[in-house]
Design a binder for this molecule. Structure first.
Ligand code: KPL
Length: 299
């Protein structure tokens, strides 16, 4: 086995907690959140079992007080709109060449990170479904897959190394040398699911019921041609199958945007819907359903 590296995870939301719980079993892991908290994380497994897991937790404000080993990689699990300011703060604590792994939804922050960060920026696209439960809990509502790569495919060995550690921790992960396509596919999934479940305050699986089923299909009908117009290759089984498969796999999940709306937090509307509206403007295409979703979603 390879010597276990130190990784930090920045952001203690649902995905940050889920990745921390898994990765802490195989490497030296620190979860960096906004609030100081020493309690174990409570993991609700997809099987229904509940485990308390000890994870080393800290905050950006107190990092300087501790002598944590410098990380070999930092996983960014903050919300898309909070990522740049978090990375600015993080920069004071790590080597400027430290690789970052962006878990953010949408496709807007990833190219900006690659522009500003001196070290490698890997991007992940994940279909793991998780939501936070209480102060220190996370419900793993749907097991998914995580793909890792970088925008220009400059760091394949690093991406494969990262995939190795994710798999060792029990997450199903693959290297993808066309991660940008994958990020657009995930954006399509998020755009078809998140605004609707946030608006109607329902779990992902309820989208299969009337009247929501038709609404989802209408959104997909608008997204597919727009993305193809941007040069994105359609998924092998088509846009509808892509989205409906994720809805089935995460049926029990409360999507991230619903969690944000329920908690009164800013949503990822800009990261998820804005790139599609920009594509529509560029292609001089009407996108009435996406426009309505954008206006109905709090920012
Ligand atoms: O990524 C997600 C999210 O909640 O943001 C999905 C895949 C829709 C799972 O809920």
């Amino acid at each position: 086995m390879r010597p276990a590296p130190t990784w930090w995870i920045l952001g203690a939301g649902a995905l940050g907690r889920l990745f921390a719980i898994r990765l802490t079993t195989t490497l030296s892991l620190h979860l960096i959140g906004r609030r100081p908290d020493d309690s174990p994380l409570r993991y609700h497994a997809p099987s229904g079992e509940i485990h308390d897991v000890d994870v080393a937790r800290t905050t950006l404000a107190t990092l300087a007080l501790h002598t944590h080993a410098r990380p070999a990689l930092v996983v960014l699990a903050t919300k898309s709109h909070a990522t740049l300011s978090a990375v600015e703060e993080l920069a004071a604590h790590i080597d400027p060449q430290t690789p970052l792994l962006s878990l953010q939804n949408g496709f807007s922050i990833q190219p900006r990170l690659a522009d500003i960060w001196a070290g490698p920026v890997l991007c992940a696209s994940t279909t793991e479904g998780a939501y936070v439960e209480s102060n220190a809990g996370v419900v793993h509502a749907g097991t998914g897959t995580t793909w890792v790569g970088d925008i220009d495919n400059t760091w394949p060995a690093l991406a494969r190394d990262c995939v190795y550690w994710l798999n060792l921790a029990g997450l199903s992960a693959y290297h993808d040398d066309a991660i940008v396509q994958r990020l657009w596919h995930k954006l399509a999934i998020n755009a078809a699911i998140n605004p609707l479940v946030a608006r109607y305050r329902i779990r992902n699986g309820q989208l299969r019921d009337r009247p929501f089923r038709r609404m989802v299909d209408t959104v997909i009908d608008e997204i597919g041609p727009l993305l193809e117009g941007e040069g994105v290759t359609p998924p092998p089984a088509g846009w509808h199958t892509l989205v409906w498969e994720v809805i089935a796999a995460t049926a029990n999940n409360r999507a991230s945007m619903l969690q944000d709306v329920l908690a009164g937090r800013p949503t990822e509307r800009e990261a998820i819907l804005r790139p599609l509206l920009t594509a529509a403007e560029r292609q001089r295409c009407a996108a009435p359903t996406l426009e309505t979703l954008y206006h109905d979603t709090p920012s």
